[in-house]
Design a protein around this ligand. Structure first.
Ligand SMILES: CC(C)(COP(=O)(O)OP(=O)(O)OC[C@H]1O[C@@H](n2cnc3c(N)ncnc32)[C@H](O)[C@@H]1OP(=O)(O)O)[C@@H](O)C(=O)NCCC(=O)NCCS
Length: 165
């Protein structure tokens, strides 16, 4: 069974290993854990869980981070911002996601976005914005398959809206 689970302080080496299979800037998805030691990962995780619990810096909007699992195996990483500020509207969007490199091309990309959109509905986000690098063929495909309508192209990035009403 494929499902999302919120990140947790107790997450262990299996998550760390997955995150080593997602580049630090993987086609526009930023993964700070890539290249970290396991000790650094644990500190990062604690901070990330604290942010998700609402301990935000002034410039941050509320966010929730998830792991995609297939049964017991961690497959991917998803981030969801609960609303957009001006800068996020201009440069990014509500959702970011990545699948570990050894599990790409098996349908998980479509699944993680579909599941993240279900989480958006729970948060009453009616119109989701997602940005993808114009040359990121797979991500553009995944977004369109999940109902994405291209609304803007700017600085080699495509911006899509997905209406959830
Ligand atoms: C983009 C990404 C999430 C896609 O994940 P994935 O699990 O490989 O995607 P899927 O297996 O669901 O495939 C998505 C589509 O691409 C197609 N595809 C997959 N691998 C392909 C390949 N090697 N060549 C051509 N098409 C391919 C699939 O057929 C599918 O198309 P369809 O829905 O029309 O059948 C993944 O490549 C990734 O993690 N990239 C790095 C991070 C990133 O780009 N994130 C998005 C920006 S925030």
């Amino acid at each position: 069974m494929v499902y999302l689970r919120k990140i947790a302080v107790a997450d262990d080496i299996r998550i760390y290993n997955m995150l080593q299979e997602i580049g630090s800037n993987d086609n526009g998805f930023h993964n700070k854990v890539y290249g970290m030691s396991y000790h650094q990962f644990r500190e990062w995780l604690e901070n990330e869980c604290s942010v998700d619990a609402g301990n935000l810096e002034e410039w941050m909007v509320p966010q929730t981070s998830y792991w995609l699992f297939d049964d017991e195996k961690p497959i991917g990483y998803g981030r969801l911002r609960h609303y957009l500020n001006d800068q996020l509207t201009e440069t990014s969007g509500h959702i970011g996601y990545a699948i570990r490199s050894t599990e790409r091309g098996k349908g998980y990309g479509n699944q993680i976005l579909s599941l993240l959109l279900e989480e958006c509905k729970k948060l009453n986000i009616r119109r989701v914005q997602i940005g993808a690098n114009s040359d990121n063929v797979l991500s553009n495909k995944v977004i369109k398959k999940n109902g994405g309508i291209l609304i803007r192209v700017s600085k080699n990035k495509n911006f899509y809206h997905i209406d959830l009403t």
